[in-house]
Ligand binder design. Structure first.
Ligand code: ADP
Length: 820
């Protein structure tokens, strides 16, 4: 649902910017609603302008979705500067509330049929001819339109400027989805208007001649006879004058850079010369308004009191001790150097771990305002730095837009999701961002639209990212990374009890009521209704329960008393959404449990290996990345190098095909840390001994079977504990990371540091077999006791024909191949 404004006698086209006078209460409320969110708003034209409060049947079905850029409240009323984005169809309209809102869907435009270049040229030519005839349109508009080549955009840009067209024609242009057809229709309308203007000119000339002939020469210079039309014009002119006066007054009051002042004065001079209704005047007016409403000199007083900052951080956040400490250190440095210098803080971690909320606390602790800009999906440099003013619908970039919202030039500015930007043909936003963040350059940040230097050096930028991988290196170099891993179940429970539940109770107006959640109900929410490293989903589920309680409260009045219990949860939220992935229920041959880091924390990653008679192929399935393939090769090489010790025929690998598979479709599988898991599953499959199902492992493997350190230890161990694993094998080099893991968690599992693959096998395969293994010569083991059907464990050379048969007879995943 988006807020919607019904337009009277006006159609807003995509990719255009318009100033709309807004009068009706519902429209103003819709504007406020839009501004409270991301600014998104639907603009749809009324079928009949005189309908005061339009309902579902009173609007056209097709409109435009856009964004409220700014609301100007002047004496003459409210004006909204809106930018149209895309065509939409209104699916349903809710007219009952304080403002209109609608369910809308965006409409795909049909691609131009055939080669549209001829009609594009024709429209350009007609429009130029038209502008030459119509005094109300400033000729610089043709220059702006002249640059547009995309047929669809050209049609919209021209249509938007042809305010003379009848409403039905404009609406029809909006509704025409094929760009070529739209241009054809537009060209016809343009031709019609040109004819009208030419005719008007001829008539005027004739009238003038007539007047000159009939009246004495002295009166010929007086204004033409003024009916109602003339006085409307006059009123418009007066309003325009007032507006200019208002802008002049604001210019006088405003402190800004010299350069900015000179520019504003120049633009004001230009504006005075323009005709009030021209599109150009709107452009100039908006520009001046932009410059005047930026905080040039406005600052809020900041202070850093480390003690107070510590209290604020603690008050809003449970745990996160190391993170808070790093933040306080950072603030302490700021106190010492006085000016914002040095690296930019970057919080890295999965969603919902408190990154935004920490940044808010920093703002509060330093007395700064707070603004947030999400960079997710930003591909265009202009989104950061603005479009040049010659571009139709140009605007300043998001950096300055946010500063205007902040109303001060020294806020905490949160740049969210820096890892989700991407570069394409429209330029590299990361490069622009680099300039924003660089203290050497950002005191003279040049936005393309403003084309003035703006000083960003008092802004405290903070960035967030989900992972570091996708942040360009030069950007990383500027940042001081503070990693926030996920929370443990215990931490989530505490956060919910102390913060999320009280907050939601308050937000849903349940303060006076007796509403509570039992611990077990929160645990149920954590395990069965969310799957995340942070607590965002948990907060959402708690909110959803609170909303339902609020509804009951309204129904029942003061008597409401609710204790949400674990068994009661499904009544509010429906059936469980997730079942935790648990360890396999018994040891299996060729299947080992690895541990992976996912966007919601960690997870068990089952690895399956099957060995079939063949000729040495290594097959990998389950959408594996390149690094994974290499680790599989390394695992294979290790097993070959240990073939003898493992009691395998030395050239065994020529006689088998090995198939490695990762069945869990959803887990991203790239990275070296599954190396030892693959090697274990492989050895298990070759020897036909099962892997212990209560062991999980993580570690990179080298060709010679050494185990190397991995990342994400905390997430992985948490996942293992959740899954009911008893023993976790970790690289010996990762032991130092264990101190990051809460003791309560470590009490629940046995951690076995491993240095070599031999250590891994000793821990993961049944002890009675493995105890003997590396120390004894292979011949000494009676492998046929282990599994007579295994053709590959060779105590005596086997007959190749028999080997193949035997392999067929024993499916590899047959769990009955147990050792005992
Ligand atoms: P992120 O920016 O990392 O995605 P948010 O800051 O939006 O996460 O956090 C989501 C919600 O969880 C917020 O309501 C926040 O206050 C709450 N939250 C996260 N971590 C903590 C914590 N350690 N203590 C208290 N509340 C927390």
């Amino acid at each position: 649902m988006v807020p919607l404004i019904a337009l009277r006698g006006k159609v807003l086209f995509p990719d255009t910017v318009e100033t709309l006078p807004v009068g009706r209460e519902k429209s103003i409320r819709a504007l406020e609603e839009a501004l409270a969110g991301e600014g998104e708003i639907a603009l749809v034209t009324q079928r009949k302008a005189r309908v005061e409060s339009p309902g579902p049947g009173d609007l056209f079905d097709i409109g435009t979705i856009g964004e409220v850029l700014h609301v100007l409240r002047m004496d003459g009323g409210t004006r909204a500067l809106v930018q149209g984005h895309r065509r939409i169809r209104v699916l349903s309209l809710v007219a009952g509330g304080e403002f209109l809102r609608a369910e809308v869907e965006e409409i795909e435009e049909a691609p131009a049929a055939g080669d549209p270049s001829a009609i594009v040229r024709a429209v350009h030519a007609s429009f130029e001819a038209y502008v030459r005839l119509d005094a109300r349109i400033d000729s610089s508009v043709t220059a702006a339109v002249g640059g547009i080549e995309s047929p669809g955009r050209l049609a919209d840009a021209v249509a938007a400027r042809l305010e003379v067209l009848k409403l039905e024609d404009r609406q029809a242009l909006l509704e025409e989805l094929s760009a070529s057809a739209r241009l054809e229709r537009l060209n016809g309308l343009l031709q019609g208007e040109i004819a009208v203007l030419q005719e008007t000119r001829r008539i005027r000339a004739r009238v003038r001649r007539e007047i000159q002939r009939t009246q004495p020469p002295s009166e010929a210079g007086s204004p033409p006879p003024g009916g109602t039309q003339g006085s409307a014009r006059e009123a418009e002119k007066d309003e325009f004058k007032n507006e200019i006066a208002e802008l002049e007054e604001r210019t006088r009051q405003k402190k800004m850079s010299k350069e900015a002042l000179a520019k504003v004065q120049k633009e004001l001079r230009k504006l005075r010369m323009m005709s009030p209704m021209s599109a150009e005047a709107t452009v100039v007016r908006n520009y001046i308004d932009w410059v005047l409403s930026l905080p040039w000199d406005e600052k809020v007083e900041t202070h850093i009191d480390i003690e107070a900052a510590c209290t604020i951080l603690d008050a809003d956040h449970y745990g996160l001790e190391r993170v808070k400490e790093r933040i306080l250190e950072y603030l302490a440095v700021q106190v010492l150097v006085k000016k914002i210098r040095g690296p930019i803080l970057c919080f890295v971690g999965p969603p919902g771990v408190g990154k935004t909320s920490l940044a808010r606390s920093i703002a509060q602790a330093t007395g700064r305002r707070f603004v947030r800009l999400s960079l997710g999906g930003v591909r265009d440099e202009a989104e950061i730095r603005g479009h040049r003013r010659t571009y139709i619908g140009a605007l300043p970039g998001k950096i300055l837009q946010c500063l205007r919202k902040a109303g001060a030039n020294n806020p905490v500015f949160l740049l969210d999701e820096v890892d989700k930007m991407s570069a394409d043909f429209r330029g590299d936003p990361a490069a622009a961002l680099l300039e924003v963040l660089d203290p050497e350059q950002n005191s003279t940040f040049n936005d393309h639209y403003l084309d003035l230097d703006y000083d960003l050096s008092d802004v405290m930028f903070i960035t967030t990212a989900n992972t570091l991988h996708h942040i360009p290196i030069p950007l990383q170099d500027r940042m001081e990374v503070i990693a926030i891993a996920g929370y443990t179940e215990y931490e989530k429970l505490q956060i919910a009890r102390r913060y999320l539940v009280p907050k939601q109770i308050e937000q849903n107006g349940l303060v006076g009521y007796d509403v509570g959640f039992t611990d077990s109900s929160i645990r149920t929410l954590i395990h069965h209704y969310t799957k995340e490293a942070g607590v965002r989903g948990l907060e959402r589920e708690i909110a959803s329960i609170c909303r339902k309680c609020a509804r009951d409260a309204v129904r029942k009045g003061q008597l409401l008393r609710v204790r949400v219990t674990s068994r009661g949860v499904p009544r509010y939220l429906g059936v469980q959404k997730h079942r935790a992935r648990l360890k396999a229920d018994r040891p299996q041959i060729g299947s080992a449990s690895g541990l992976a880091v996912t966007s919601y924390g960690g997870d068990l990653l089952a690895t399956e290996v099957t060995v079939l008679p063949g000729r040495g192929k290594l097959i990998l399935t389950g959408k594996l990345g390149e690094v994974m393939q290499e680790s599989a090769q390394a695992a294979m090489s290790y097993v070959r190098s240990r073939a003898e010790a493992l009691g395998l025929e030395r050239e065994f690998h020529h006689k088998v095909d090995v198939h490695v598979h990762f069945p869990e479709g959803a887990i991203p599988k790239d990275g070296p840390s599954a190396g030892i898991t693959m090697a274990t599953a492989l050895v298990s499959a070759l020897l036909r001994v099962p892997v212990r199902n209560d062991v999980a492992m993580t570690g990179e493997i080298t060709l010679r079977g050494r185990v190397l350190a991995i990342g994400g230890l905390k997430e992985k161990i948490l996942a293992a504990v959740r899954a009911g694993i008893a023993t976790v094998l970790i690289p010996a080099d990762n032991q130092k990371d264990l101190k990051e893991i809460p003791r309560a968690v470590l009490r629940g599992v046995e951690i076995v540091p491993v240095e070599t693959m031999d250590d891994v096998l000793r821990a993961a395969l049944p002890s009675d077999v493995m105890a003997l293994l590396p120390s004894l010569p292979a011949e000494a083991l009676d492998w046929r006791r282990v599994d007579a059907a295994n053709p590959l464990a060779v105590a005596s050379p086997a007959d190749p024909a028999e080997t193949a048969d035997a392999a067929d007879a024993a499916p590899d995943d047959d769990p009955s191949g147990d050792v005992a």
